[in-house]
Design a protein around this ligand. Sequence first.
Ligand code: NDP
Ligand code: 8X3
Length: 262
Amino acid sequence: MNVLYLNSLVFKFMIAFITGATSGIGKSTAIEFAKHGYDLIITGRRQERLTELKSSLIKDYAIKVIDLCFDVRDEQQVAKAIEALPLEFKNIDVLVNNAGLAAGLSPIQDGNLNHWEQMIDTNIKGLLYITKHISKILIDNKKGHIINVGSIAGKEVYANGSVYCATKHAVDALNKGMRIDLLPHGIRVSAVNPGMVETEFSIVRFDGDEDRAKKVYENIVPLKPEDIAETIYWIASRPAHVNINDVIIMPTIQANSTTVLR
Ligand code: NDP
Ligand code: 8X3
């Protein structure tokens, strides 16, 4: 049976808000939720990628899609974009807090301040701004599920990555704290913490140096963004009385942050 027809028959209208949908895990998550008939709000800073993804999602899955182009580090842009959502799109069921990055890889004494600010402002403050504004909507709607994309770097620390690891440890703490604060409102809070996933992550980390980024995944089979997307959808699709608090997902060749079979 045609997927467009199936979507229109089987699925009731559900809405997912996915940050960082222009690439990697966020983009795959948008596609995964679209496959299951969700309408989507997709965000990122690269408008051309959002436009392209929006058209392909509408064409392939016959869902409704809103694209919001903003920087999660700018609280005013975040507030304005969310405030301007059409009323029917405020009926959000799932927020996937995915936008994030690592910048640089160096010992603390040689750290680049711009890299530090970027990681802290995006991974911690950006996630907080989005969560503050969307959780108010979820509370008003008396339903919802927030899924935070953390990292194995939020569970362990590795050499030269202390600030990125600190931001992901913050996400781990926020995941636990939000769950307590939102409990009385019936809002589920979960986290997925991946090991190495081949996306644009390492290209961004190494300031666009594609050769250096490729080496990270040389002679290994890393996770694919689809592996994380499927896990996120699985978390969101548990029955209402079940909350998956925390998932750590690694490629088989990686035992922990620093032990990788090559
Ligand atoms: P990508 O670089 O492929 O994607 C990152 C996404 O985040 C892009 O869509 C980017 O959009 C968005 N983003 C980054 N900064 C901002 C910003 N300031 N404002 C708005 N959007 C922003 O990397 P991944 O898919 O791998 O990363 C997604 C998440 O997964 C991150 O939180 C990362 O820390 C986490 N993670 C990744 C792992 C990996 O090995 N790849 C492992 C564990 C966790 P745009 O540039 O258009 O703004
Ligand atoms: C990304 C995984 O190991 O580079 O969060 O920190 S790692």
